[in-house]
Every structure is written in C-alpha cells, then in structure tokens.
Design a protein around this ligand. Structure first.
Ligand code: 4AZ
Length: 293
C-alpha cells in the first residue's frame, strides 16, 4: 500500500517536472536508412521554416501519392485552442537530414486537412488526422527516396518488434537533425491499461521496452510505427519518454483504418471560404441588377 502511494507521488512529481522541462528524445535510435523510411514526412509550420528544417513540428506517413497520415494533435494549435489552417503547414519528404534540400526532396503545400472530431487534448482519444498535399508524389514515375506505405490490414499481435522513426528530441534534449529509428515491442492492451490506468482508451496501442531506454518522443508525434512493412501506429503520447515501465502510446491504425481510408480530400464538410461566399453574393447582386426593369 505504502509502495503504491510512493509510486503515485513519484509519478505526480516527475510528471510536474516533465511538464515544465520537457525532457524527451527518440531515445536510443540509430540512423534511419532511405530504403526503410521512404514514406516518412516532416510536417512543418511555414512561419518557422524560413530556415529550411527549423519549422519541424511532427512526423507523418505518406499513405498515397497525395495523402499523409499524422496525429490530430499535430494539426491543433493548443495555445489558441483551435485547429490550424492547411495553409499554415508545409510538408517535406525525400531527405534524411531535415535541413538538406536536394533533387530528391519534395516540398509541398497542404490543400486540406481532416481530423477525427472526437479528438481531445485532455484524453488524447482518436489522435488521428490526414493531410492532402498539393505537390505529392509524381504519378507514373518511381522516385528514388519517396514511396507511400500501406496501412495495417490486421490487428497487430503483441510482443512483436516494430520500428518507430522521427526527427524528434534526442538525448541532447533538442530535435534530431537526421532521421532516427528505434526498435520497440508491442504490448498487450490489457497490460498497458494497468500501467496507464484509466487513460488507455480503445484505439490506443502501446509499444516500448519495459526496461526503458528506447522510445519515441516530442517531435516524433504523428510519425509511423511500422511492422512487417506496414504502418500500424501513429506516435501519440506517453508519460515522459523512455522511462522504465512507461511505454509510448500510439493511435492504432487498424482500429482507425476505415476512417483513414474514407478521407479523400474533397470533404463536403470543408467550410466555403469567406471570399467564395462574398463573390457568390456579389455575383447574385450583379445578376439581379442587370435584370432590373
Ligand atoms: C509528445 O510529447 C510525445 N514516449 C510523443 C511521444 C511520446 C511521449 C510524448 C512517447 O509529443
């Protein structure tokens, strides 16, 4: 009983420290290979990317020529408590070093975004989103360093080794310049529920190493967890990073695959812009004026 009390105190205190000094890292990763990470994209805020590479906020996975899978929380501006506009982002793919831009690098504007509208930052429930690119992968031509990855078609077994990749924080407590990959093991939902008590919801998948030391972290969010050549998870949250007994939590791609597949970028739910509405209004007014008696 006493032990449990100490554990709770420790969790709360270290949580407070973590909240103030984000101590995070794709921890214990190795340099990624192009062959294994052609689907990896860097999601950036345009306003911070004037120095190419410095606007990186999240990872994502190319899942179609123009379609990127990421986390809903990557699309959310938590200080303004609203989702960002598609025009605030730029997506970069095809280079391992996020500051490098060469013949293989694709830099794309974002035409639209979609997110599960049940996502909340408090619960991290349904942390899934997609982005549609203006300049995606050229059709009918193979690209040396960019290729989409397929979604998981079956639930992932527990106890299997997967790879998580990203430009997220390293042990130096800053973002990584180069893409890193780490091996993590999937953990049974039931086991992980006892670790995270009420916080582990359906649609969440845990992976890590129970001894700690290897994990995804801040800046890796939205990025892929890959098993058997398919994306099975989206980096979402965790209690700190790489702490022993506290695995990373991922949005379960198989759980959300129908929603992800159904998004197609021409959502009828997209609000018409003010300029569209105004031009429609003036058009009608002009037509009526022409037809006046
Ligand atoms: C984050 O803050 C975050 N250890 C991402 C992943 C993990 C923890 C935190 C998993 O974006």
């Amino acid at each position: 009983m006493r032990g449990l009390l100490y554990l709770c105190c420790w969790l709360v205190i270290s949580g407070e420290i973590y909240a103030q000094v984000p101590e995070s890292r794709i921890i214990n990763g190795t340099l990624a290979s192009v062959a294994d990470t052609k689907h990896m994209v860097s999601i950036r805020l345009k306003k911070n990317d004037r120095n190419f590479g410095s606007g990186h906020i999240c990872g994502g996975s190319l899942i179609g020529p123009n379609k990127v899978l990421t986390a809903a929380h990557c699309l959310f501006n938590s200080s303004k408590k609203r989702y960002r506009k598609a025009s605030e982002f730029v997506v970069v793919m095809g280079t391992l070093n996020r500051f490098e831009r060469n013949n293989g690098t694709i830099v794309s504007e974002v035409s639209s975004i979609a997110y599960m509208n049940t996502f909340t930052t408090e619960s991290m429930r349904d942390d899934v989103g997609v982005m549609f690119l203006r300049t995606g992968l050229p059709i009918n031509s193979s690209h040396p360093t960019v290729a989409p990855i397929q979604l998981a078609t079956e639930p992932t077994p527990s106890g299997v080794t997967c790879q998580v990749s990203g430009w997220g924080r390293t042990s130096q407590s800053s973002l990584s310049n180069v893409l890193l990959t780490a091996n993590v093991t999937t953990i049974r939902h039931k086991t992980c529920s006892t670790i995270y008590l009420g916080s582990l919801l359906p649609g969440m998948l845990c992976a890590g190493q129970l001894k700690g030391g290897t994990d995804s972290c801040q800046g890796d969010s939205g990025g892929p967890l890959v098993y058997d050549g398919r994306v099975i998870g989206v980096v979402s949250w965790g209690y700190g990073c790489a702490e022993a007994g506290l695995p990373g939590v991922y949005a379960d791609v198989h759980y959300y695959h129908q929603w992800i597949e159904e998004r197609n970028g021409n959502s009828a739910l997209t609000a018409p812009s003010l300029t569209h509405l105004l031009s429609l209004w003036f058009g009608c007014a002009f037509w009526l004026w022409l037809r006046r008696k």
